[in-house]
Write a protein that binds this ligand. Structure first.
Ligand code: PRP
Ligand code: URA
Length: 213
């Protein structure tokens, strides 16, 4: 895969360990859900070390008053791509409990592999916030590309996208279509199969999260 300036691949040993368990077909729905949340929290910590809106406040310690930097109130909106992105929301909320949540519902047409949008509800004022778009799987890149294009079309300027597993072709597609968006991926897999599934991957993330298969 080409080296894209806007793509950050973590390959962190702790996250790789958790992803190994996530991939295992014997991993239960409960454990799968917990792992997705834990990995998301670790990714959020890293992804938001730059670009988070901050503000200065005065804090009175028992000894003196000092100026401290804190995350600006109401500055981050989490946007999961339904369904599987829903599994990542709590993992971000652990760190940013008051972040509002917008939802973009998409499913891939099984024949064309193109995403079809069936739902969209975003908080008012999202265009001025840091938007953290989340989806565990970045396969062909169609869903992420369309979701980002929609967010931009309504005025969002500060968008970060986090995926747990990415296929090289999907990462390239999103990176090239949206060079102004930072893309964070925990691990890059080998390729897609003929049905657009990531190999080795973990199967269908939505089904494994919600027990629909
Ligand atoms: C999965 C996944 C992404 C999309 C990735 O969702 O959660 O949204 O596929 O594929 P792409 O990069 O090729 O667009 P899916 O369409 O299976 O819907 P679901 O989460 O409701 O199962
Ligand atoms: N969506 C998934 O859930 N898994 C894949 O491998 C590809 C798309």
């Amino acid at each position: 895969m080409k080296d894209y300036k806007n793509v950050i691949i973590y390959n962190h040993p702790l996250v790789r360990h958790k992803i190994a368990i996530l991939r295992d077909e014997r991993t239960s729905m409960k454990e799968f859900r917990e792992l997705i949340e834990e990995i998301t929290t670790l990714m959020t910590y890293e992804s938001l070390k730059e670009g988070v809106p901050t503000t200065e406040i005065e804090v009175k310690t028992p000894l003196e008053t000092c100026t401290q930097t804190v995350v600006a109130d109401n500055s981050i909106v989490i946007v999961p791509i339904l369904r599987a992105g829903l599994g990542m929301v709590n993992g971000v909320h652990v760190l940013f409990p008051s972040a509002k949540v917008g939802h973009i519902g998409m499913f891939r047409n099984e024949e064309t592999l193109r995403p079809e949008t069936y739902y969209c509800k975003l908080p008012k004022g999202i265009e001025d916030k840091l938007v953290l778009l989340v989806d565990p799987m970045l396969a062909t890149g169609g869903s992420a590309c369309d979701a980002i294009a929609h967010l931009k079309s309504i005025g969002c300027k500060n968008i970060k996208f986090m995926a747990i597993i990415g296929a090289p072709e999907g990462i390239a597609k999103v990176a090239e279509a949206h060079p102004d968006v930072s893309i964070y991926v925990s691990t890059v897999d080998r390729c897609l199969n003929e049905h657009g599934y990531i190999l080795p991957g973990l199967g269908d993330a939505g089904d494994r999260l919600f027990g629909t298969k």
